[in-house]
Design a protein around this ligand. Structure first.
Ligand code: SPV
Ligand code: MG
Length: 431
């Protein structure tokens, strides 16, 4: 009896999957792989059901000989383990980023004479509707809110990218790359005060009010499913912060980060060039505790951001604050630096981890951008935020286009740098 293998990375079984099984049965006994949770995430498909629930779901399909877990999106291990005569898949993997997976399978099978069977991919109205229902579920507050904590367990480091609009949200949501046989995507979104203010042409001084900041969150949430970490600046007055916590939690935001500064907040990357005042440990701890007290779910996180290194107050001050903030109830610590060298950040992480093994550490490598995710993770960092790179890449491109249209008195010269009209009008899917 020949062996036919297929891998399912899905939360629901629809007619497309059943069609693949029906075809597979024509060639031999069918083994189905269920893609592991972490591999699903790297591939841009956060599982609504965990791997065990998905195994049970697949086992219910008639005609399957065996169900196994496939650990990685690439097939090296699974093919070496079970040596299938055939691997069967929808023909959608012939193009786009999935082609790398098909190439990987083709190479592995050709080593011993195995074959690929491509079956026409089923994407009818019914399948589209089921897909949309899963996305809808993931975007609901109760699912989205808890997803950050889930990711902290599932990912070595949670990769977060700045968003400030529906469009940037879509980039965070949909960008998946294949590089050297590895897939990756962003896990979460950062609603930056700097970029949210900049997009409105305003300075980053807590001038854009909460109602407007919430409007940005809403725009992002309308078109995405990934969890949101909100830049809450100083959190404002404690009496106001408690209302902010309640609102964010109700909306389905996963975390707020507040920084230990008082008075007129200026962006940290100015450092000591401008007057910035750090809050007292006691007062900031009261703010954290007040926020924790009003929160209603276990899913929401209040993360305390320490400005000691930014304000040249030293490592000891940063560490003392970190432990105090955790004792006051902070669910995570963000440590910031404006140095080009990541040394002080890594030193902080190592020293903090001596006494605290588990509280998530968040870093924002805008200045110390040579540091890799693997290095950060090795020093105990759990969340990395790319806080402003989308805004900083879009702005020079738009400015150059504006200048060139003025210079040439027409738009032809800029056209080769632009996204084709056909692509921009099909960028947003219509319902
Ligand atoms: C932001 O993105 O608004 C931040 C991070 O607060 S930073 O600009 O690096 O201070
Ligand atoms: Mg900010």
């Amino acid at each position: 009896m020949k062996k036919v293998y297929t891998c399912f990375c899905t939360d629901i079984i629809h007619e497309g999957h059943l069609n693949i099984i029906k075809e597979a049965m024509k060639y031999g006994e069918v083994v189905v792989g269920v893609l592991a949770d972490e591999a699903m995430i790297k591939f841009g498909r956060f599982p609504v059901r965990d791997v065990n629930e998905r195994i049970e779901m697949v086992k219910k399909i008639d005609g399957i000989k065996q169900v196994i877990v496939q650990d990685s999106i690439m097939y090296d291990k699974v093919i070496s383990d079970i040596q299938p005569d055939y691997v069967i898949h929808g023909d959608n993997w012939k193009t786009g980023y999935l082609k790398a997976v098909r190439d990987n399978v083709e190479k592995l099978l050709s080593a011993y004479g195995g074959k690929i069977i491509d079956v026409p991919y089923t994407y009818n109205e019914n399948v589209k509707r089921l897909d949309a229902q899963i996305k809808e579920k993931l975007s609901m507050p109760e699912y989205r809110r808890k997803r950050l904590k889930q990711l902290l367990h599932l990912r070595p480091i949670v990769k977060t990218i700045e968003v400030h609009s529906g469009l940037t949200g879509l980039i965070a949501e949909k960008t998946v790359v294949e590089h050297n046989g590895e897939f990756d995507q962003f896990d979460a979104m950062w609603v930056s005060s700097l970029c949210d203010s900049t997009a409105k042409g305003k300075p980053d001084i807590e001038l854009v009010d909460m109602t407007s900041r919430f409007r940005t969150i809403d725009d992002v949430m309308e078109v995405t499913t990934k969890p949101i970490i909100f830049d809450g600046d100083t959190g404002g007055l404690t009496e106001h912060f408690v209302y902010t916590v309640r609102s964010l939690e109700r909306m389905g935001v996963s975390a707020v980060i507040i920084e230990d500064k008082t008075g007129l907040k200026k962006n940290s990357l100015f450092g000591t060039e401008v007057v910035q005042t750090q809050d007292s440990i006691e007062h900031f701890c009261e703010k954290i505790s007040a926020g924790k007290k009003v929160q209603l779910t276990d899913d929401f996180m209040i993360i305390a951001r320490i400005e000691s290194l930014i304000l040249d107050q030293g490592m000891e001050d940063a560490l003392r604050r970190a432990h105090a903030y955790v004792n006051a109830g902070a669910d995570g610590i963000m440590i910031h630096s404006r140095k080009k060298d990541p040394a002080e950040i890594l030193e902080f992480c190592d020293k903090f981890r001596v006494d605290n093994k588990h509280t998530p550490i968040v870093v924002v490598p805008s200045s110390f951008n040579s540091v890799t995710e693997a290095e950060l993770s090795a020093h105990g960092v759990n969340i990395v935020i790319y806080a402003n790179q989308l805004t900083r890449s879009a702005f020079p491109a738009m400015e150059q286009t504006a200048k060139d249209i003025l210079k040439y008195h027409r738009a032809q010269e800029v056209d080769s740098r632009l996204m084709p009209i056909k692509d921009i009008i099909s960028l947003i899917e219509e319902l």
